[in-house]
Design a protein around this ligand. Structure first.
Ligand code: GDP
Ligand code: MG
Length: 197
């Protein structure tokens, strides 16, 4: 993959990932416009708008396959940015079923997207009742300081209530984006390791 900032070097091209290694399916959820596709493109290494077009990003849905080195161990991630691909209840249901982990995104500049994030968390809990699936709540667009509608404290308080991790990101500034994906890998491993006992 291309290097975009110093910390990005821990991401390597997905095709070189070890065979036989577990591939974790990570699903992006959240209201339209919160920055799901922007975050996914950074993860996938397709950053410029024209690159995205070349890569077929003009389609509404996309899946990114990458390996990430986290704590000196490689992890393969399949990132699904398909939540808004169409409005069929079937797709939404599939999304709720298929993930090994979830990234629920809202925009810190949009209170209603924050409320929607809570709804999605509840839906997810309902769909996967007995499972303890890793979820990270993401407050994106942290760079838009003057139009902020949701404070960091509100975000982290919500995550406590919903028993999930929390991070604020800025896709525009690439702030915390890598931490987000490393965080999801650590969460998955944590659940995996406690299950094995
Ligand atoms: P999606 O509908 O959730 O996939 O959201 P997109 O990734 O398409 O982003 C919606 C709009 O918000 C686009 O115009 C992005 O450029 C913009 N955007 C996404 N993330 C950020 C961010 O962190 N900061 C700012 N300022 N704009 C962002
Ligand atoms: Mg999108």
């Amino acid at each position: 993959g291309r290097v975009s900032d110093s910390s990005d070097s821990v991401i390597s091209s997905g095709s070189e990932s070890a065979e036989g290694q577990a591939v974790y399916k990570v699903v992006l959820l959240g209201e339209h416009g919160v920055g799901k596709s922007s975050l996914a493109r950074i993860f996938g290494g397709v950053e410029e708008a024209h690159d995205a077009e070349e890569a077929g990003e003009m389609m509404v849905g996309n899946t990114y396959d990458r390996s990430v080195m986290v704590d000196e161990e490689e992890a393969s991630i399949l990132l699904y940015d398909v939540w808004e691909q169409d409005n069929s209840p079937w797709l939404k249901e599939q999304c709720m079923k298929m993930g090994d982990a979830y990234i629920i995104v809202y925009s810190v500049t949009d209170k209603s997207s924050f409320e929607k994030a809570s709804e999605l968390r509840i839906q997810l809990r309902r769909a996967r009742q007995s499972e303890n699936i890793p979820i990270i709540l993401v407050g994106n667009k942290s760079d838009l300081v003057r139009s902020r509608e949701v404070s960091k404290d509100e975000g982290s308080a919500c995550a406590v209530v919903f028993d999930c991790k929390f991070i604020e990101t800025s896709a525009s500034l690439h702030h915390n984006v890598l931490d987000l994906f490393q965080g999801i890998v650590r969460q998955i491993r944590l659940r995996r390791d406690t299950k094995e006992e």
